[in-house]
Design a protein. Sequence first.
Length: 122
Amino acid sequence: MDGMSLLTITVLAVFVGFEVVSKVSSTLHTPLMSGANAIHGIILVGAIIVAGQAADPWVLAVALLAVVLATANLVGGFVVTDRMLEMFRGRQRPPSNAAVPEGRGAAEPAATVEPEKKERRP
């Protein structure tokens, strides 16, 4: 294949990939990122193998660039997945043996606020 065909395929793949990813709901984003991280791990292993077997200096340079980019992509994917999971975890309650606020004794229970009950109308 000539260079123009490869460039055309790459540009089309970028546009199709952008359209597919932008249509994914946020609920499905985290599981898809986990699968993408596994694929990026395989790509990283392949780039390392190619770099190890490169005989031409130009091929070695491109392979090492591929290793660097694949590593950045893999690490970034894990960071984004971790942030997404933090969003779903919510706030954690303080432990039960937390410090007692001033003015309250240890035997005195904290006041609880019950939600208001709304009357249903037929």
